[in-house]
Ligand binder design. Structure first.
Ligand code: HEM
Length: 573
């Protein structure tokens, strides 16, 4: 034990004795009949706390992974929660300070386990690559996350592609759902992406009319409406355009259920709860005790989403029976040939909204915030939009023409998604990916060690060990040959740049990796490149504060900017 451990031991025993003494004085004041019961219970709890506290201080883990100091019985390294919204950066700071030469550190999260829940922080590219590849058996989605997503706030009792584990369950869900987002299908999604992007430009052009009076645009909010509409349209064939001037959701298909006007906020509300519960597992106990009204409200929202989805599935089933067909994921999920249960359909449906709306909106918001600080970048994006035919298309579209051919129809989808110099939107793509490299919505990815345990970089980890893979640190590290890693440099995503990121694993790490890599990444890059190009074809974006500051980064369900307020003006050539 280090001298510091002795100090903690003495303080722990002294503190325990003091608490015991205080409780006994409380018990003294309790009505005589209850005294023996209260005394027995409090003595047992107090004694257990002191014993467990001492045991946790003298116990040694069977490896040489350094621990972040300051772990307390039950409360673990409670210091990282001093500001929950800074959870991500606090954990990253702990890694930088205490990791060993293999990039491993251990941290203890608050837990009902007297020793706190031990988490291994992995900050090593090779180790992370091995972990991501050895899924879904050796390393798994953390049970903590799965439980939260399928707890009281879950929409369905069944597992989705995100939450299921093992080759059989996860493999089946992945085989059925993810092909909807492969290259071929994503290519067919271009028209919808352009249409919704045009609505966003129209909305921001309206705001630009009030530039002089200082009106601001909430980019995070608007990008959420954008990605929500894209996922609804391309993923589920729901003809929603939440950005159109009449933003009430409409489904004009004959016999279709009336869309739930609160669908997006209802879905987001539950995501927020999931975020709170994942970040602080103790809230799972505290919320049902103390936030009953709030929880009830959330449950009502959950139930009305569920009712709408049930009606939607019935509608899709009827369409299929009557010989109709659509390419949407929903019709695929409802297709009797896939033999998915209604529960599975719903759990996957909500998963694609959770996974596909907020994430891309966050990446777009950071993109806009960076661009707002760099006029020359905006000029280059505008020139790229002109050359790609985006400016002309948007102009015609805003004038009411729906017949115009889509831009760059001769460029294949693989090129559009790549760093090729033939990619018509290579700079817009670079801006989005660079924003995600510096601020990935999933900066750390959790994993549980599977039933057989795992060997990794010379260590043996027991089944159930929770591990955090430090994704952002890899993408922002000179150790991995990323030049000038803290600077925002969209060009590093272009093949002709001398500083290009030339590592397939590293350059997709914001989307995870291995067999469970994000299946929506192609859609995300496509929609983001298109909307950024459309925006800068007609608008200039300005930082609200007028300074050089980016918004603060906060950890919610995803990691995101605290807010993304900008001012917009019409582009002047
Ligand atoms: C900027 C945008 C996005 C980011 C940063 C992102 C990030 C991620 C990450 C880090 C994972 C975990 C991957 C892993 O475990 O290795 C993931 C999984 C997933 N993502 Fe995305 N995602 C984005 C957009 C989307 C979109 C647009 C969709 C679909 C509409 C989507 C659907 C999914 C699904 C279904 C999974 C679970 C896959 C599985 O477990 O097999 N994501 N995403």
């Amino acid at each position: 034990m280090s001298p510091w451990d002795y100090v903690k031991l003495v303080a722990g025993v002294g503190g325990g004795a003091y608490i015991l003494q205080w409780w006994i004085s409380v018990v003294d004041r309790v009505d005589g009949f209850w005294t023996p019961f209260v005394l027995t219970i409090t003595l047992t709890i107090a004694a257990a706390t002191v014993v467990m506290g001492i045991a946790s201080l003298v116990s040694k883990d069977n490896d040489d992974i350094p621990s972040v100091p300051g772990a307390l019985p039950f409360l673990g390294n409670v210091g990282i929660y001093r500001d929950v919204e800074r959870f991500t950066s606090n954990v990253e700071a702990a890694v930088k300070r205490y990791e060993n030469d293999k990039g491993f550190t251990s941290l203890r999260l608050p837990s009902l386990n007297p020793f706190g829940q031990r988490v291994i922080l992995v900050n090593n590219k090779d180790a992370i690559q091995q972990m991501l590849t050895r899924r879904p058996t050796t390393f798994e989605r953390p049970q903590l996350l799965v439980d939260v997503m399928h707890g009281m706030l879950g929409f369905s009792k069944d597992l989705s592609v995100f939450t299921s584990g093992g080759f059989a369950d996860w493999g089946r869900a992945r085989r059925i759902t993810s092909p909807s987002f492969n290259h071929t299908n994503v290519a067919t999604m271009k028209p919808q992406c352009f249409e919704v992007a045009a609505s966003l430009v129209q909305r921001w052009l309206e705001a630009a009319k009030h530039y002089a009076t200082g009106d601001v645009v909430d980019a995070l909010e608007d990008f959420n409406l954008f990605t929500f509409s894209v996922v609804a349209q391309v993923g589920f064939g729901l003809p929603f355009d939440a950005l159109s001037s009449d933003s009430t959701l409409q489904d004009t298909r004959e016999g279709a259920p009336k869309p739930l006007s609160t669908l997006l906020p209802d879905l987001k509300e539950t995501t927020k709860h999931q975020g709170d519960w994942t970040l602080n597992p103790l809230l799972q106990v505290l919320d049902p005790l103390f936030s009953k009204t709030k929880l009830n409200e959330t449950l009502i929202k959950r139930d009305r989403v569920r009712d709408y989805l049930d009606e939607l599935i019935e509608f899709e089933k009827k369409q299929l029976e009557e010989g109709g067909h659509s390419k949407s994921l929903l019709s695929k999920l409802s297709d009797p040939a896939t033999k998915l249960t209604a529960e599975e359909v719903i759990s996957n449906f909500t998963t694609y909204f959770f996974a596909g709306v907020d994430t891309t909106a966050v990446g777009l918001s950071w993109s806009i915030c960076y661009a707002a600080l760099d006029r020359s970048l905006q000029r280059k994006l505008a020139e790229e939009a002109d050359a790609a035919g985006v400016t002309a298309w948007i102009r015609a579209r805003l004038l009411g023409s729906k017949q115009q051919d889509l831009p760059f129809s001769d460029v294949g989808i693989a090129t559009l998604l790549s760093n090729s110099s033939k990619n018509s939107l290579k700079l817009a793509r670079g801006v989005f990916l660079e924003a995600l490299r510096l601020h990935p919505p999933a900066s750390q990815l959790g994993a549980d060690v599977g039933a057989d345990g795992a060997e990794l970089m010379g260590y043996r980890f027991e089944p159930g060990t929770l591990m955090f893979q430090m994704l952002r640190n890899q993408m922002c590290s000179e150790r991995n040959n990323v030049k000038d890693p803290a600077s925002f440099s969209p060009e590093r995503w272009c093949e002709d740049s001398p500083d290009k990121i030339d590592d397939a694993f590293l350059s997709a790490l914001m989307f995870g990796g291995g067999p469970r890599i994000c299946p929506g990444r192609h859609l995300s890059v496509l929609e983001a490149s298109i909307v950024l190009s459309c925006i800068f074809s007609h608008l200039e974006v300005h930082n609200v504060s007028g300074g050089a500051a980016l918004p603060a980064e906060v950890t919610r369900f995803t990691m995101q900017p605290e807010m993304a307020l900008v001012r917009v003006s019409r582009r002047i050539n």
